[in-house]
Design a protein around this ligand. Structure first.
Ligand SMILES: [Zn+2]
Length: 314
């Protein structure tokens, strides 16, 4: 449940984030529709929910963009130039994209906001191995390790992000500030309900332990005190070392993990093999890095995840 303290904290962070933005945004004319480009479906949902009819939200990248030799297609570059705002997750996730933006759309820099940049560092989780995005990251690793970028899979982070996006939109289009505020308040209620439903699911469980394929759920597990035993992949999409695998198998047996959580639509032969060898059932948790780009996609995806966890851990 969101308490008052946390709300105050969020409000302060929102202010900090806005002060980071400086005067980058030009205020829009009253009847203009903002164009906001986003890097992840969660940011699409949050922005569309707040913006309503006054904001057009679009994915920043085409599906299956290649992080290694990325070139904007002319029509995507045009959208980047037209965009009023580009919302990124940050924490290394889109670092591979920055050189392309810098070279191909140098004017875009002032429009970029990384939402995680305003989230308190004490809340960040660091992986000791290379995490997502870092193979192409221009940043040296943090002394604590590589930041795990999957903040959006925590519904309380979602409320933080929505509060920040609200302030950013209100500042860019003050004529619609009231409408944005009303939309955000309705949506924040729904996020609080989502959080409450996760808390209710967790309550009767003694020591729920789980294993995933992709290392995407540490924020969700920390929020609801689920014991995340580990992930099959250390670097997403790369087969783990025999040492990592044997340690994981040992942990699965020690903690009597019953379910391996895989991702929708991305079969991993190794995961199937592991589940069959250890007689684990499998279920799906969606990382929501791809999938539907819609106003309700975030809530729908998180509720599907909640159902999968309930099914498997109760
Ligand atoms: Zn990921």
């Amino acid at each position: 449940m969101v308490n008052q303290d946390r709300l105050l904290h969020r409000a302060r962070l929102g202010f900090l984030l806005l002060s980071l933005l400086g005067d980058a945004f030009v205020l829009l004319a009253n009847d203009a529709r903002m164009l906001v480009l986003v890097s992840l479906p969660a940011y699409y949902s949050w922005t569309a929910q707040i913006g309503g009819k006054w904001v057009q939200v679009e994915p920043l990248l085409p599906d299956n963009a290649d992080p290694h030799h990325f070139q904007f297609r002319p029509r995507d570059l045009q959208r980047v130039r037209r965009a009023d705002l580009i919302l990124l997750n940050g924490a290394g996730l889109e670092d591979w994209l920055k050189p392309a933006l810098r070279q191909q759309a140098p004017d875009s820099e002032g429009k970029i906001v990384e939402i995680s940049a305003g989230y308190p560092r004490a809340q960040w989780i660091f992986d000791d191995a290379e995490s997502e995005g870092n193979e192409t990251s221009s940043h040296p690793p943090d002394p604590s390790g590589f930041p795990n970028p999957h903040f959006w899979l925590d519904p309380v982070f979602a409320s933080f992000a929505v509060s920040n996006i609200l302030q950013i939109l209100q500042r860019a289009a003050p004529a619609h500030a009231d409408s944005f505020g009303t939309n955000a308040s309705v949506y924040l209620d729904r996020l609080r309900k989502l959080d409450a439903d996760f808390i209710a699911f967790r309550k009767p469980l003694k020591s729920p332990a789980l294993v995933t394929v992709h290392p995407a759920f540490p924020y969700l597990c920390r929020r609801y005190q689920l014991s995340l035993i580990g992930a099959l992949e250390v670097v997403p999409g790369v087969e783990p070392s025999p040492k990592h695998l044997s340690r994981l198998i040992r942990e699965i047996r020690t903690h009597r993990v019953g379910t391996l959580f895989v991702e929708p639509h991305s079969g991993s032969r190794l995961a199937e093999q592991l589940a069959s060898d250890l007689k684990l059932s499998t279920d799906e948790l969606d990382t929501m890095e791809t999938g539907a780009w819609s106003a309700n996609a975030y809530e729908d995806g998180m509720r599907r995840n909640l159902c999968a966890l309930s099914r498997s851990l109760h």
